[in-house]
Write a protein that binds this ligand. Structure first.
Ligand SMILES: CCCCCCCCCCCC(=O)SCCNC(=O)CCNC(=O)[C@H](O)C(C)(C)COP(=O)(O)OP(=O)(O)OC[C@H]1O[C@@H](n2cnc3c(N)ncnc32)[C@H](O)[C@@H]1OP(=O)(O)O
Length: 169
């Protein structure tokens, strides 16, 4: 799995909660590569509500987690979230166009240290740090479900160091 020629990132799989177009309960993220970052716009609605008019914090965390899944595609690494930390800086308002940005701060063997931000125009709404751990195909066999064809190439183990990247926002 890799970004398309136009920089857009294909869904992890059609039913992915974050980016799958066939998941009616999903967030419908459309991600794209912008230099060494991944970006996506997100408009949340009443399905995602916590306090009246505000997005649920868990939904914000899910969006950032899946955005990191887009960074994995950009990097060509198959990995899973080991740790995700979110600082909520301002309420995420329903109906507003929110912008997600994610990048790889550094890698250390199997460990990928990813960072991301969520903005509403110029307002920083949330920032996240995550530890992802590279995995191979055996990790996903445990569900017993059929893996998407395009994951096969992605799931080859990779140990090489990745160059650091920083956001430009
Ligand atoms: C196609 C795919 C794409 C999939 C993309 C699909 C869509 C993307 C969606 C977003 C991503 C998700 O939600 S993923 C779903 C949520 N995540 C999961 O289900 C993962 C569940 N956890 C696991 O399966 C496991 O714990 C792993 C794979 C993360 C690690 O297990 P392991 O492989 O046995 O490795 P282990 O030896 O424990 O750890 C390796 C090193 O990492 C460190 N380490 C491990 N966990 C942590 C931790 N929480 N905090 C600090 N450090 C940690 C260890 O100390 C060790 O350091 P050292 O001793 O080497 O120094």
């Amino acid at each position: 799995m890799k970004p398309r020629a136009d920089g857009s990132i294909p869904p992890h799989q059609p039913n992915c909660f974050g980016c799958g177009p066939e998941n009616a309960a999903g967030l419908g993220l459309n991600m794209h590569v912008d230099r060494s970052r991944v970006r996506a716009d997100l408009v949340l609605d009443h399905r995602h509500e916590g306090a009246p008019g505000f997005a649920h914090g868990g939904v914000v965390a899910s969006a950032l987690d899946d955005l990191f899944g887009g960074v994995l595609v950009m990097l060509g690494r198959a990995a899973v979230t080991a740790n995700l930390s979110v600082d909520y800086r301002a309420p995420a308002l329903l109906g507003h166009r929110l912008r997600l940005t994610g990048w790889c701060a550094r890698s250390d063997g199997r460990k990928l240290h990813l960072q991301g931000e969520l903005h509403d125009a110029e307002t920083l709404v949330a920032e996240a740090r995550a530890l992802f751990i590279s995995v191979d195909g055996d990790h996903f066999q445990r569900s017993g479900a059929t893996m998407p064809e395009e994951w096969n190439r992605w799931l080859a183990p990779v140990e090489a160091e990745l160059p650091p990247s920083k956001p430009d926002i």
